[in-house]
Design a protein around this ligand. Structure first.
Ligand code: HDE
Length: 705
């Protein structure tokens, strides 16, 4: 029998009143012009409408199963004043999903910011590596994540710390990750000590303070007992520990890697990222203020710059060393990650350029879920026996299985290789692939033997057959790792006087925050072995006697390349504040704004109120919302009688930033005659002089902070 089923008596349907939506239904918004998403990859055979995902289709709100909903504001209750019913699937699904929205943060490098970009090789590396992405004019999509190390996910950006600089190259031969830092040396020489240095740097286990800082007893306890940390600690105390921007940081692979050419010949290399905008830092007082006034300073700076089209660029370079059995260069052990090779001994040769040109569309999906690994290598790039690198090769995959909830995180859009993947891995949490066939094993005949092994000529990755010297098993490092001081002294003495003063100030501050006198004394002893004057300055600041050196340390030649002060750089993307008010000549103000724009810098007009000035110039900040830390330089077009303008000028002056004025603004600079304080005869001249001063980043001739 067929036909329509006859109606039977039932519950009378109630009509739910239509929801009063502010607009008529539309499709989800598209990504903004400055945003990009991970490219659709082949790994899981995903159709082209992903990765935006099945979760955001159509104009109507649905359950996770796709049923349209009439109401998401009220739970299903037994009467308007009654209890919620267990049967309310939408309520339970919504709350359950929310309850599980967070994943564990990274155990280190939890705080970060990411961006998409492109790397273009210039071909210079073709002679030393067969890596396809390093051949001339090859363009490779990249995703970069910058990070601090110690702080948790919500911590402030401008803390004194090392910065992570991790780059994922989606090459045609598989993904290559260069998981580096902005400091070229590391605290420890053996990976087994990583939990120790991190436990020492993280907040104290009893009170969980301080957050994201090294200025506390456990950190200095460890590094003062552990002299191989002296180099990294000194770099942290230098201006490198408080970058002005992710855009103005160098990056380093830290370890020595091995490149393999088309004929199987090898060379040892160290990777360097050189920012086109130069290496620039904050000053310490400014950094502390930033963390209060704008904890997202670096994250915002990167996203704003990319959105504005001021896309940051880095050159990738290599220092190249012969691959000798000793793996040393000019007496420096290339397997010791606490050592650098000065650029004067081995120049950094540029092999390509990276531009970061798109912001992530979704922070969690991309920046939070991205998973780097120093073992993600491609043919032509191999690891060395650096004992720190060897340990890292274990750690990253291990931690990511917990953090990303199982072994299938390579299928997350941001982690999908752009090369075809056929890995025979099956099942597991969050499996997205619909694998075909019956034989995920090798050898097999049932799937016709697929997948097959590749030859080198077919692009296979081959572990370099390096000779391993006959040796006995031992828990030791090479004696050539033993010198913990000479390169630290070399670094310190290669810097300009202002940079050295910053280091002395940083040690004095950090040790001054420690409670245990024995820790301070021990650290002073280390400094005595590095540089007498530095030790004496810090000791004087702490009110302790300066000890004498206990170790004979050889003097190495100076390496001027280590200094970041004393050079000139492009000024693109710098933020210039212009103080104005309703009395300011609007035409002149417009002239200044346009001149700053024309130099590819960002003009930000600061006024007593929001809105416009003279109906023609938009106001970016008010005296209430502006603070000096945001601006690289300040121009005064008005001497507005407001205490907050005085504070702005004071701080800008104290932090060595350029100041200029024209017209009525000159009054605000009275009594401040000093280098880098300019009274000009008009807006063009004021902007011109500011741009010139910005080329050196700060006016260091002014008294030190
Ligand atoms: Fe890492 N490191 N690390 N590290 N590291 C991690 O991996 C580790 C080291 C670096 O933005 C973790 O996925 C060990 C040196 C960066 O996602 C973890 C040792 C350098 C990032 C880990 C080191 C780095 C990490 C935590 C000592 C510079 C952030 C989350 C042997 C060359 C990557 C994760 C991102 C992250 C282990 C030392 C760089 C725990 C055991 C040296 C940039 O696996």
């Amino acid at each position: 029998m067929s036909g329509e089923i006859p109606k039977v008596p039932g519950v009378p349907s109630t009509t739910t009143p239509p929801v009063d939506e502010p607009t008529s239904p539309v499709e989800p918004p598209a990504a903004k012009p400055d945003q990009a998403e991970p490219a659709v990859a082949t790994a899981t055979g995903t159709p082209a409408d992903l990765p935006r995902g099945r979760a955001q289709q159509g104009a109507y709100l649905t359950t996770a199963q796709g049923a349209r909903l009439t109401d998401t504001d009220h739970s299903l209750k037994a009467g308007r004043r009654g209890p919620i019913l267990l049967q309310d699937h939408h309520f339970r699904e919504k709350i359950t999903h929310f309850d599980h929205e967070r994943i564990p943060e990274r155990v280190v490098h939890a705080r970060g910011a990411g961006a998409h970009g492109v790397f273009r090789a210039n071909g210079a590396a073709s002679s030393i590596t067969r890596a396809q992405f390093l051949q001339k004019d090859v363009e490779t999509p990249v995703f970069v994540r910058f990070s601090t190390v110690l702080g948790s996910r919500g911590s402030a950006d401008a803390v004194r710390d090392t910065r992570g600089f991790a780059t994922k190259f989606y090459t045609e031969e598989g993904t290559f990750d260069l998981v580096g830092n902005n400091i070229p040396v590391f605290f420890i020489q053996d990976a087994i000590k990583f939990p120790d240095i991190i436990h020492a740097g993280k907040p104290h286990p009893d009170r969980e303070i301080p957050q994201a800082q090294s200025a506390h007893d456990t950190f200095w306890d460890f590094v003062s007992l552990h002299t191989e940390a002296t180099a990294h600690t000194m770099w942290n105390m230098s201006d490198r520990g408080i970058p002005r921007s992710y855009r103005t940081m160098e990056g380093f692979g830290v370890h020595t890697f091995r490149l393999v050419d088309a004929d199987g010949g090898t060379a040892l290399v160290k990777f360097h990222w050189k920012p086109r905008l130069g290496v620039h830092s904050l000053v310490w007082e400014e950094a502390q203020m930033v963390n209060g006034f704008d904890p997202d300073f670096h994250r915002r700076d990167l996203a704003d710059a990319i959105e504005a089209g001021a896309c940051p660029e880095w050159d990738l370079g290599v220092q190249v060393f012969p691959d000798t059995p000793e793996q040393t260069f000019e007496g420096i052990d290339l397997l010791d990650p606490t050592k650098i090779v000065p650029e004067e001994l081995a120049p950094v040769q540029i092999v390509g350029t990276m531009v970061l040109n798109a912001n992530p569309t979704n922070f969690f999906v991309e920046t939070e879920q991205v998973a780097f690994h120093p073992g993600h290598l491609v043919p032509g790039i191999d690891v060395t026996d650096d004992p720190l690198l060897q340990g890292r090769l274990f750690s990253y995959l291990d931690t990511q299985i917990t953090r990303l909830g199982g072994p299938n995180f390579a299928q997350i859009p941001i982690n999908r290789p752009h090369a075809p993947v056929n890995d025979m891995f099956r099942d597991g949490f969050h499996q997205h692939a619909v694998h075909t066939g019956v034989a995920p094993y090798k050898p097999n005949s049932l799937d016709a033997g697929c997948p097959f092994m590749a030859a080198v000529t077919e692009g296979a990755f081959v572990d370099t057959p390096v000779q391993v010297p006959a040796a006995q098993k031992e828990r030791e490092v090479s004696r050539t790792f033993d010198d913990h001081y000479s390169q630290v002294r070399q670094f310190y003495r290669s810097l300009t006087p202002i940079e050295r003063a910053h280091i002395a100030h940083a040690y004095t501050f950090e040790l001054g925050k420690c409670y245990e006198q024995s820790i301070k004394e021990r650290q002073l002893q280390i400094l005595a072995n590095v540089d007498t004057e530095l030790c004496e300055t810090v000791a004087a600041g702490l009110g302790l006697p300066a000890p004498k050196a206990t170790v004979e340390v050889p003097d190495l030649p100076s390496s001027p390349a280590l200094a970041q002060v004393g050079k000139e750089w492009p000024v693109q993307g710098r933020l210039i504040g212009i103080v104005a008010d309703d009395t300011t000549d609007v035409d002149q103000l417009l002239e200044a704004v346009q001149a700053i724009d024309a130099a590819d810098c960002v003009p930000l007009v600061i006024a007593p109120h929001g809105g416009m000035l003279g109906g023609a110039v938009p106001i970016s900040r008010t005296f209430l919302t502006a603070r000096s830390i945001e601006f690289d330089a300040v121009i005064l077009a008005s001497a507005a009688p407001d205490a907050r303008v005085g504070i702005l000028v004071d701080e800008t002056f104290r932090h060595h930033k350029a100041l200029a004025a024209w017209g009525a603004g000159a009054k605000a600079l009275e009594g401040r005659e000093a280098p880098g304080v300019v009274v000009a005869d008009g807006p063009q001249a004021a902007v011109g002089q500011i741009l010139e001063l910005l080329r050196t980043h700060r006016v260091w001739e002014r008294n030190a902070v």
